[in-house]
Design a protein around this ligand. Sequence first.
Ligand code: TYM
Length: 340
Amino acid sequence: MRIVSGIQPTGQLHLGNYLGAIRNWVRMQDEMEQGSECLFFLADLHAISMPHSPAELHAATLEMVAALTACGIDPDRSILFNQAQVPAHAELQWLLNGTARMGWLNRMTQFKDKSGKNREGASIALFTYPVLQAADVLLYQATHVPVGEDQKQHLELARDVAQKFNNDFASEDAPVFTLPDAIIPPDAARIMSLRDGTSKMSKSDPSDMSRINLTDDADTIMQKVKKAKTDPEPLPSEVEGLAGRPEANNLVGIYATMANITPEAVLADFAGKGFGAFKPALGELLVETLGTITSRFVELKQDREELDAILAKGALKARALAGPTLNAAYDALGLVRSHH
Ligand code: TYM
């Protein structure tokens, strides 16, 4: 098994990232079998596809190392690095640009969402973003890619790119790329905004009240949960009763995933009760579970030298793993190189 996944170091790690992806990364790392390898990276090259502040990107990249480590990613067992220190990502993207089709990228919903009405003013990087993401996983022969639901389409594109490249440039018995599978947690595929149960919790939402950051202190978490949008009805006794109630459904879902129980079990405890009773319980559960992560994060992020060292060590390992596949891609395309 080769497990590969990434996160953009923009803004802060929030509950959606944690439950949708990072918690799965940690589980996969902890259950990793002999001979398997986990690679987790900061998608700093992806972060320049949108307007950004260089100073903030730099700081956020180091902070994200601290955040991931605080969540349980162990840089001795997993390879933790940033794309910018592994040039093979950008190189392979260019090689794959010859294979990816305009029509495929035109169908990507993220480009449509992020470019909005300003399609002509969007960066080329935002458009070819999914090709870089394909390079990220294909470079390491990833077999499993743990992500939230919103990345599913990008992963399908990565498979299409791999398939077409193999068909066009490799023999059937010696494919250049492995087709990766997306691993999406059924219970936390899409954590929604606290202000609107129909849009996903996101780093780019202008309202900080819409998300729980892993760095929020206990008071802030309680505040955000208490102010979360809800409806006036009490909680139902069956999950069917959550249909058409996106905010209630989201909060019950968060409670269930955090407590590692089913939504049915949550409703068994809270059926007939209003949000006045449910919200404090959810807030306390979040404070309790996220508290250890937050305090480790606050401690780790002070040590800039250590964070740099973690990334340097990870990049060294990642570069070594990337080399053979990158060479195979150059060779397959007939590009003359002197590595032999
Ligand atoms: P990013 O940085 O937006 O998010 C990181 C991970 O968190 C998941 N996620 C969520 N899951 C559930 N509910 C939510 N509200 C929520 N918000 C975010 C995302 O699905 C993701 O798994 N393009 C990627 C980064 C990337 C990548 C890759 C991922 C670059 N290359 C290669 C996998 C493989 C992104 O912007 O994720």
